[in-house]
Design a protein around this ligand. Structure first.
Ligand SMILES: [Zn+2]
Length: 177
């Protein structure tokens, strides 16, 4: 397959499972093969096109596997330090990075909230006190982003540049609506 010669076949492509969960980041060359073999379908494409003598296709940016693939996840350990790291040492309510952080249970512990990646976020002390024993909605303190287990996703997020803006919803990088 001919390319424009500017390395577009090395462009990053996000591969989603059939369930739309991110599975891996690969290059356009491998993604195109998956699409041509009907092992994946294009979900989002870049502006460029790929030309061959017989066909022209858009350069894939996000593809989705046709069949569900079981992934054995090697998870990151749930610790205070790793939660702060995941949250970029930023209070998930007001956004400050300039004060010492505490751990906040999004769904309060006293009301059954668990110690999980999805329920623990970094919060500055004033926000933690202000929120108290309430849910974010009750306290009118929306989270800046939905907390998730890092590992794979965090790793994939590091590939996102301006060109990969379309990946953001698939990598939970858009604010919770
Ligand atoms: Zn705060």
């Amino acid at each position: 397959m001919q390319t424009n010669g500017n390395g577009i076949m090395n462009r990053y492509v996000l591969v989603l499972n059939q369930s739309y969960e991110p599975v891996m980041v690969t290059n356009a060359k491998r993604a195109v093969i998956l699409v041509l073999l009907d092992k994946a379908e294009e979900v989002v494409h870049y502006d460029e096109e790929i030309h061959s003598p017989s066909t022209t296709m858009p350069l894939p940016s996000v593809v989705r596997l046709s069949r569900y693939v079981h992934i054995r996840s090697r998870g990151i350990v749930l610790t205070r330090k790793n939660i702060f790291k995941r949250d970029n040492h930023r209070c998930q309510y007001c956004g400050t990075t300039s004060v010492p952080l505490t751990l906040d249970h999004v769904h309060p512990r006293h009301r059954g909230g668990k110690d999980t990646w999805e329920n623990l976020v970094a919060a500055c002390h004033p926000c933690n006190v202000k929120k108290g024993n309430r849910l974010p909605a009750e306290a009118e303190m929306p989270l800046r982003r939905k907390p998730h287990k890092p590992s794979r996703i965090t790793y994939f997020q590091k590939f996102v540049r301006r060109r990969q803006a379309a990946w953001r919803p698939y990598l939970y990088m858009e604010p919770v609506s």
